[in-house]
Design a binder for this molecule. Structure first.
Ligand code: DGY
Length: 304
């Protein structure tokens, strides 16, 4: 913000409330602005882009950009940018945190200690799953998936992955590329690291969850809508899979009540990139994209 505030050529309108913009605020901002720095919770649809006569750039403060109608942006020659590279490590850290939390039952354990129910060490008390020697199935071995795979290798896990193309990091990670049904059948942990697109929306439904091992865990730090959440609630309720750890939800910030009732799911509030240096860097990246376009140059991170 200081960089933008110091720039004498920039007039700023900022939502300084600790909440997302309302639709009315977005409309009034877009009617006025040449550039917009948007959050993943801001729905930048055709209707909004159509009220923005001056708009040249939308810099999304996220690597994902499924909140923006790219077709409408293209038609209006609006450059859309994201914040790649800088948040992969932080998101991978959180993925491993979620995996450990659910597979080693940390949240259950914490609740039990706080409730005064810790009665002492016992051989079969709160047993979880060993990670060493297990197979991690990564859906989307891009930047974040690769950072997760590196961490998982250090934990002694084997990697299988599915992706549209052979990943350049596959040999470093000794990662085997397989089709989704095989990944689901073989993995002890399945972790999603793909963008939300028409192709990935609902890609894990009842049939795919049923294909997973009953001992397997599902981790989602990508986008909630990649999973059919009602099918997941049912799979968790019936112990068709061992557990899940979720950072993202379809329709967030609303989280389906069905998840709340379950012990075998860990629920995080979209914290993937929520680490201080990462968020500062994301800000720099977003601003450099805006300034590049407004100064007549080429945005470093266009997605359209
Ligand atoms: C992103 O950047 O898309 C992440 O979901 C933010 O945590």
């Amino acid at each position: 913000m200081e960089i933008l505030e110091r720039d004498p050529h920039i007039e700023l309108r900022v939502n300084s409330e600790d909440r997302g913009c309302t639709r009315d605020e977005l409309v009034s901002g877009f009617q006025w602005a040449d550039g917009a720095l948007t959050m993943l919770s801001d729905k930048i649809d055709r209707e909004l882009l159509e009220v923005a006569p001056r708009l040249r750039v939308v810099a999304n403060y996220a690597v994902g950009y499924n909140n923006i109608d790219l077709t409408a942006a293209n038609e209006r020659h609006v450059v859309v940018t994201n914040t790649p590279h800088c948040l992969a490590e932080a998101t991978a850290d959180l993925t491993m945190g979620l995996l450990l939390a659910v597979a080693r039952r940390l949240v259950e354990g914490d609740g039990l200690v706080r409730a005064g129910l810790f009665k002492g060490w016992a051989p079969e008390f709160l047993l979880g799953m060993d990670l060493h020697g297990k197979t991690l199935g990564i859906i989307g071995l891009g930047e974040i998936g690769t950072c997760v795979a590196r961490r998982a290798r250090a934990f002694g896990m084997r990697i299988v992955y599915c992706a549209r193309h052979e990943a350049p990091t596959a040999s470093e990670l000794q990662a085997e590329r397989v089709e989704l049904p095989e990944l689901l059948r073989r993995s002890d942990v399945v972790s999603l690291h793909c963008p939300l697109t028409a192709e990935t929306k609902g890609m894990l439904g009842a049939a795919q969850l049923a294909a997973m091992k009953p001992t397997a865990y599902l981790i989602n730090t990508a986008r909630g809508a990649c999973i059919d959440e009602n099918a997941l609630i049912e799979a968790l309720r019936t112990h068709a899979i061992a557990g899940a750890a979720l950072d993202v939800y379809d329709g967030e910030p609303n989280v389906k009540a069905g998840f709340m009732a379950l012990k075998n799911v860990v629920l995080a509030p979209h914290l993937g990139s929520a680490a201080t240096e990462t968020r500062v860097t994301m800000g720099h990246v977003a601003i450099s994209n805006i300034l590049a376009v407004l100064n007549g140059g080429i945005a470093p991170n266009p997605v359209n």
